[in-house]
Design a protein around this ligand. Structure first.
Ligand SMILES: Nc1nc2c(ncn2[C@@H]2O[C@H](COP(=O)(O)OP(=O)(O)OP(=O)(O)O)[C@@H](O)[C@H]2O)c(=O)[nH]1
Ligand SMILES: [Mg+2]
Length: 215
């Protein structure tokens, strides 16, 4: 009887686990975001910003939400380290791509990398959230400006690809993804928008799991 009750209790209190990867260029604020998430959602505060250095490899943080555990994997963004990202694609349930919205000079570089992520076959069906970070900075582009900047960048790329007779089908996937792309503004430093971003991820990973169950 004890085992039956214990099993039933375990069933009722069971938590599903999901993995979310946080990627983007070096300096975008990924680790600052992860540490802020830890501070907001766990009993152990995350590292303060002045204790955070460039990530060589990965950092992990786990948070508990109603009937759900989300594991966040913050992956290093330096160009030599980006090659590790695809190793995490097969097992992730959502992707948060962080862009430094205050660094206009590196936007194109960020879009080039983002475009690769967007068209990676392993994560074509995985929810993808674009986070325009550093909204606290006076130089920061707004969510709307970031979206337009990416769309402009993509349009230019499309035109040059057409000139080179590139495969149209490949572009079609991207167009669909871009059309349904959600962009949110955050300040990983101050914490604004972070709860909204985590809520978005929480809802999306649950929905994608439900769809998996139906198939
Ligand atoms: N103003 C402002 N600065 C931020 C914010 N988020 C991060 N930063 C700063 O941006 C710099 C880089 O932050 P990190 O979190 O180390 O960036 P990262 O994306 O993890 O970089 P890598 O580990 O090299 O890939 C640090 O000086 C942070 O304090 C923010 O929301 N606002
Ligand atoms: Mg980092």
């Amino acid at each position: 009887m004890y085992h039956l009750l214990k099993g039933f209790h375990e069933y009722l209190t069971r938590k599903e686990e999901f993995s979310v990867i946080i990627i983007g260029l070096d300096g975008a604020g990924k680790t600052t975001l992860l540490e802020k998430i830890k501070t907001l959602y766990t009993d152990t505060p995350g590292l303060p910003p002045d204790k955070i250095g460039p990530t060589i490899g990965q950092n992990m943080g786990k948070i508990t939400l109603p009937s759900t555990i989300i594991q966040f994997w913050d992956l290093g963004g330096q160009s030599g380290i980006r090659s590790i990202w695809p190793r995490y694609y097969d097992d992730c349930h959502a992707v948060a791509y962080v862009i430094d919205a205050s660094d206009r000079e590196r936007l194109s570089e960020g879009w080039e990398v983002f475009d690769n992520v967007l068209s990676s076959r392993q994560i074509l069906g995985v929810p993808l959230l674009l986070l325009a970070n550093k909204q606290d900075s006076p130089d920061s582009l707004s969510v709307e400006e970031i979206r337009h900047d990416y769309e402009d960048w993509h349009q230019r790329k499309l035109e040059s690809a057409r000139r080179r007779y590139a495969a149209e089908m490949e572009m079609e996937h991207r167009r669909e993804r871009i059309a349904s792309l959600d962009v949110m503004g955050i300040s990983a430093l101050e914490g604004s928008g972070v709860r909204e971003a985590v809520d978005w991820l929480f809802i999306r990973v649950q929905n994608s799991r439900r769809r998996e169950d139906q198939t």
